[in-house]
Design a protein around this ligand. Structure first.
Ligand SMILES: [Zn+2]
Length: 475
């Protein structure tokens, strides 16, 4: 199954030049500008020549309600800095205001980053690309009816739901320093999505992600959490990431991978406390790429502005399988990269509080969980031609099978993953599953129309945005 890491891949990259114009507000650590800086560096390294560059077609809000509640999405659509005083109750209910502020163009911002992730999943489903990159995405904390940790719409969840139309099993990998709680929660009770998160744990946002939280019901053993302490360095990270992910892929055999590459796990992050270099962070990406499984690669956290473009540009090169030089090319934001103006950055001498024994101990525990995962059959489940209708699948004759309605993923966004599995009220979980499965089934019936809306092929109304034509290098 694992192929060599050297093979060429058809890489697509989604970017909308508008993304950098959104502001969370003065002093807020989350700065969408970092995505524009990344793009500028990618362009000035010449990487755009080796991949297809797209401007995502904005998705409609109905697609967001595949995961999020109608009232929450409606709220995001109408709320503005000018009218927010009329919505005090909803602001509180949806956790919008402090960490997740109301700012000008909030909904448009959500649409932009989510469109890249869903559009990317569509491209992978159609087998038009092997790897799709959306650095604006990866907002993994958002919940069904709640903003959280700078995230409003969970594009990771929506991307996975799209991939589940064509893939029986989807793997989610999260190397942001924070626990990927929103994604874990969404798929906590299904065995069709395995979530794997490596994160700082213990008196740290969001507080979830204990090694003992392994999923519930059908999803038991399909949530993998590697809790870590301060100071994780390249060697330690590699010593756990490779064996855990290797084992995960062996037992789970995913048809597609969604990888959240939050850059706040880098050394020197404003909010983080790990000590990874670009090479250590990107080794995770390179390792996952080496399996040759379709990949949707997303951004995420990352709060030291000058380092985020460094790592995501480097990872773009890694995904393309090309080397880029350490001396930075001249670019619009050159002054950010002083004093050395190099791609790679030094790590610090902070102490690594993760002993080899600790890491080995957790790794052994997780292997124990993974040993209980029933090995995925080599032959996928049979397709149900009644679902979606024939025209929904113009390129279905590819060996990939569609899921039956009965196997459609169930989400349990009302259940918090910190609730010990067996303490959860069973009736409620069951009720959630059937309600959500019904909803999902209804959703699939309308997918014909939705798929048309998300067609990302170059066309008159959805231009393939080649930088040479659409992006001024000065952006
Ligand atoms: Zn984070």
């Amino acid at each position: 199954m694992a192929s060599s890491g050297s093979g060429a891949r058809r890489v697509a990259y989604f970017y909308d030049a508008e993304i950098g114009n959104f502001h969370y507000g003065q002093g807020h650590p989350m700065k969408p500008h970092r995505v524009r800086m990344t793009h500028n560096l990618v362009v000035n390294y010449g990487l755009y020549r080796q991949m297809e560059v797209f401007r995502p077609k904005p998705i409609n809000s109905a697609l967001m309600t595949r995961f999020h509640s109608d009232d929450y999405v409606n709220f995001l659509r109408v709320i503005t800095p000018d009218n927010m005083h009329e919505y005090l109750r909803q602001l509180q209910r949806f956790n919008v205001g402090e960490d997740c502020p109301v700012f000008d163009g909030l909904f448009e911002f959500c649409q932009l980053y989510t469109s890249g992730s869903i559009g990317g999943a569509v491209r992978l489903n159609q087998q038009w690309s092997d790897i799709v990159i959306n650095w604006a995405g990866g907002l993994h904390h958002a919940k069904k009816s709640e903003a959280s940790g700078f995230c409003y719409i969970n594009d990771c969840v929506l991307g996975i739901l799209e991939l589940l139309k064509r893939h029986e099993r989807v793997l989610y990998i999260d190397i942001d320093i924070h626990h990927g709680d929103g994604v874990e929660e969404a798929f906590y009770t299904t065995n069709r999505v395995m979530t794997v998160s490596f994160h700082k744990f213990g008196e740290y946002f969001p507080g979830t992600g204990d090694v003992h939280d392994v999923g519930y019901d059908e999803g038991k053993n399909y949530a993998i959490n590697f809790p870590l302490h301060d100071g994780m360095d390249d060697d330690s990270f590699k010593s756990i990431f490779r064996p855990v992910i290797g084992k995960v892929i062996e037992v789970f055999r995913p048809g597609a991978v969604v990888m959240q590459c939050g850059a706040d796990s880098l050394s020197g992050d404003r909010l983080g406390c790990f000590n990874l270099s670009l090479r250590g962070h990107a080794d995770c990406v390179a390792y996952v790429r080496s399996f040759g499984i379709p990949m949707l690669v997303l951004g995420g956290g990352g709060y030291t502005l000058r380092n985020v473009p460094r790592v995501w540009t480097y990872e773009t090169a890694v995904l393309l399988g090309v080397e880029i030089k350490d001396v930075l090319p001249y670019n619009d934001y050159f002054e950010y990269y002083g004093p050395d103006y190099r791609l790679h950055m030094p790590v610090s001498n902070m102490e690594n509080l993760n002993s080899a024994e600790y890491l080995e101990h957790i790794k052994t525990q997780l292997f124990g969980v993974l040993d209980q995962v029933e090995p995925a059959p080599g032959v996928q489940i049979k397709a149900d031609p009644a679902v979606g209708g024939p025209s929904a699948e113009p390129q279905a004759a590819n060996g990939q099978q569609r899921a039956t309605v009965g196997d459609m993923v169930a989400t349990n966004a009302d259940q918090t993953p910190t609730v010990p599995a067996f303490a959860a009220p069973a009736e409620r979980v069951v009720a959630n599953i059937s309600a959500e499965a019904a909803e999902a089934a209804a959703d699939m019936a309308t997918d014909d129309a939705n798929d048309d809306n998300m067609d990302t092929r170059p066309s008159a109304d959805h231009k393939r945005a080649h930088p040479a034509e659409f992006y001024d290098v000065t952006d």
